[in-house]
Design a protein around this ligand. Structure first.
Ligand SMILES: Cc1cc2nc3c(=O)[nH]c(=O)nc-3n(C[C@H](O)[C@H](O)[C@H](O)COP(=O)(O)OP(=O)(O)OC[C@H]3O[C@@H](n4cnc5c(N)ncnc54)[C@H](O)[C@@H]3O)c2cc1C
Length: 357
């Protein structure tokens, strides 16, 4: 009952059963709430790790002194990004005396959430602040809190500077080549997230300025005919946000016949929007062309033209996998027979630590 994702666990025939394991994104609230301590969080099967960078329990990649934290390492949720970042810096400070963490844009994915989005967090020990206990707050409140903590501390953030190459020099020091210059560092922590570059559909007319991939301010759009493409949480949240503005006519197009992987609360809300006519949802559909004032939508083999002012596409992103491979980070498990026994032991643990079930 405490799970924000809905029925992940259930009691069947008097036994606790994992009924929708894929919905679990690691809140761990069930384990915290269980009065008899019968629930334990376990890790995903090692086969999943083939898509993920190899990491040691200290979040170190196959390149010594290069670390990965947050969603890039396979675990979503803000609390995991915070906990891993903090633990990682603590570990590094045991290895080297002075250490700072830098990210290109403070706030990362959170800064790009729609305005006033309600963010679910868990109690977390926040570096340079202490216990942070809020469970729900707005995106703006969370960003303001982070900014306050950042101002208190002395680490530098270089904004608008993209890391393009990281090379390990013969002296063991990294050279980090960015769009604005070069830096040298003993240690690198990559917290690049997974959002990457938004995936395009390759549909005719997609280059029109009315076609967008990110929605920050739903209330900037009123009295418009809008198509939202996608079937994940980002798509349905954007569609509902736009449908709540005055006079908008919103159509949500999804290529499958139902939403299978969205949060339970979004499932209920989207059903309510459909039922009350606030928004129309067209399953088994694909846009085939975007025109200046309309969209051609293929619905179960038939093409329909619908009037349209704006299109938002939420088809996922291209993760920074190619970049990680280019700089030499190994993916998946390592051949432990080639490793020293100490490293082999670390591998066995890291396989399990990669993603929470
Ligand atoms: C719509 C949506 C709603 C969500 N809601 C919640 C919620 O309510 N609660 C929750 O706990 N989680 C939620 N999440 C998940 C959560 O936002 C992420 O798991 C978390 O923000 C990941 O943090 P991160 O630091 O790993 O990566 P990010 O926040 O993605 O940060 C990565 C940063 O790295 C930068 N970067 C990338 N490549 C480079 C490069 N080459 N050079 C320099 N900088 C680079 C990016 O610009 C970005 O600033 C949500 C996610 C989405 C998409």
């Amino acid at each position: 009952m405490v799970c924000p994702e809905g029925d992940v666990l259930a009691m069947l025939g008097g036994q606790a059963v994992l009924v929708n394991g894929y919905k679990c994104i690691g809140h761990s609230l069930c384990a915290e709430a269980c009065p008899v301590g019968a629930i334990t969080m376990v890790m995903a099967s090692p086969s999943m790790s083939a898509d993920l960078p190899y990491l040691t329990p200290e979040y170190e990649t196959s390149i010594q002194n290069m670390f990965i934290v947050g969603e890039l390492g396979g675990m979503a949720l803000i609390k995991h990004a915070i906990n891993q970042g903090r633990d990682c810096v603590d570990n590094i400070s045991n290895r080297v005396k002075a250490m700072g963490a830098a990210r290109s844009v403070p706030g990362g994915t959170v800064a790009k959430y729609p305005r006033q989005k309600l963010v679910m967090t868990s109690p977390v020990n926040f570096p340079m602040y202490g216990k942070f206990n809020k469970l729900q707050l707005s995106k703006e409140e969370l960003l303001a809190f982070w900014e306050k903590v950042r101002q208190r501390s002395d680490f530098k953030v270089r904004m608008g500077e993209k890391v393009e190459e990281i090379k390990k020099e013969p002296d063991g020091i990294f050279t980090i080549v960015t769009t604005k210059g070069q830096h040298r560092s003993h240690t690198v922590i990559l917290g690049l997230g997974k959002a990457g570059i938004p995936l395009k559909l390759g549909v005719k007319g997609e280059e029109l300025p009315k076609v967008m991939y990110r929605l920050l301010e739903a209330d900037h759009y009123i009295n418009k005919k809008i198509l939202v493409v996608g079937g994940g949480d980002s798509a349905v949240e954007a569609a509902m946000g736009l449908a709540s503005q005055v006079g908008n006519q919103v159509t949500l197009s999804y290529r499958k016949d139902s939403f299978s992987r969205i949060k339970e609360r979004n499932k209920h809300r989207v059903e309510e929007f459909r039922r009350t006519g606030k928004m129309s949802v067209v399953f088994n559909s694909n846009p085939v062309e975007f025109k200046q004032d309309s969209v051609l939508l293929e619905v179960q083999g038939k093409v329909e033209e619908i009037p349209n002012d704006f299109v938002w596409i939420f088809a996922g992103g291209v993760p920074p996998t190619a970049f990680l491979k280019k700089i030499g980070i190994d993916f998946g498990t390592r051949d432990v027979t080639l490793e020293s026994s100490k490293e082999a032991k670390q591998n066995a643990i890291s396989k399990k630590e990669l993603v929470e079930a």
